[in-house]
Design a protein around this ligand. Structure first.
Ligand code: NI
Length: 256
């Protein structure tokens, strides 16, 4: 069995000089599949190029990131939706809400969330949800929209056990990334109480670098560091984390 990185922005400019080597390091580390969440209109071209070049390792998703939701968000959504009618994508995302950076467009973020959840229903593909300082609001929004067909990932989960239980009740998975390796992350107490069937691995590369590389650029080859930390906290073998999280990802993205 291999690892799956369910969230990696490998098309980012941070990888401009060594993209091929970086990806091969990841494959070498046992990470066979990388799901690439889109950000906005500007990221599409690079994302699709990467997918075309590495069709067995890289898989594109399509959506508008909440931090890219501004006053012209309807126009952006219109252009992004055009892509969905052109070809298939593995998921809708990265979408969601964010109250950490700029609260100006929170109403628009919620509107964009509803529209993109509608796409997920229409195309029968999962959501990749970003929420930062807005987990409560996002769960409430999703409860309103959940008709039994929505599924997906709460990416970069770092919340409480109560939040985890709400997410599980909604039928969603939690993406565990580099934050799990940080001291005082809180996941040490929460993870032992969450069944591995609700978890997937992710890096969010080039961001959120796990220890001991924190402070440097993140890349998908660090996925085993994240998996090992989960294995330690849950006191289960690394191989089990690898196998179960990949099975969860395949079930979600590939209906496998
Ligand atoms: Ni992301």
């Amino acid at each position: 069995m291999y690892f799956t990185d369910t969230h990696a922005h490998l098309y980012a400019s941070q990888f401009k000089t060594d993209r091929h080597d970086m990806l091969m390091r990841s494959v070498e580390a046992g990470v066979q599949r990388h799901y690439l969440p889109n950000i906005d209109r500007e990221s599409i071209e690079g994302m699709l190029e990467l997918e075309e070049k590495y069709p067995t390792h890289c898989f594109a998703t399509m959506g508008l990131h909440p931090c890219s939701v501004g006053k012209d968000f309807e126009k952006d959504l219109y252009d992004i939706e055009a892509w969905l009618s052109k070809r298939t994508f593995k998921a809708i995302g990265e979408m969601g809400t964010d109250l950490h950076w700029d609260k100006t467009y929170f109403e628009q973020q919620k509107e964009a969330f509803k529209i993109q959840a509608g796409w997920a229903k229409k195309y029968k593909i999962p959501l990749i949800i970003h929420c930062r300082k807005s987990t409560y609001e996002t769960i409430a929004l999703l409860k309103e929209l959940q008709d039994g067909t929505l599924r997906g990932i709460f990416h970069c989960f770092g919340g409480s056990l109560e939040e985890a239980q709400e997410i599980i009740k909604l039928g969603f998975l939690m993406g565990i990334g580099g934050v799990v390796t940080y001291k005082n992350a809180g996941l040490k107490e929460v993870l032992p109480q969450i069944d591995i069937q609700h978890l997937v691995l992710e890096t969010d590369a080039p961001y959120l670098t796990p220890e001991p590389h924190r402070g440097k650029r993140n890349e998908s080859s660090y996925i085993p560091l994240i998996a090992q930390k989960i294995a330690d906290f849950k006191q289960i073998p690394l191989e089990e984390v690898k196998q179960k999280t990949t099975e969860n990802a395949l079930r979600l993205f590939e209906n496998d």
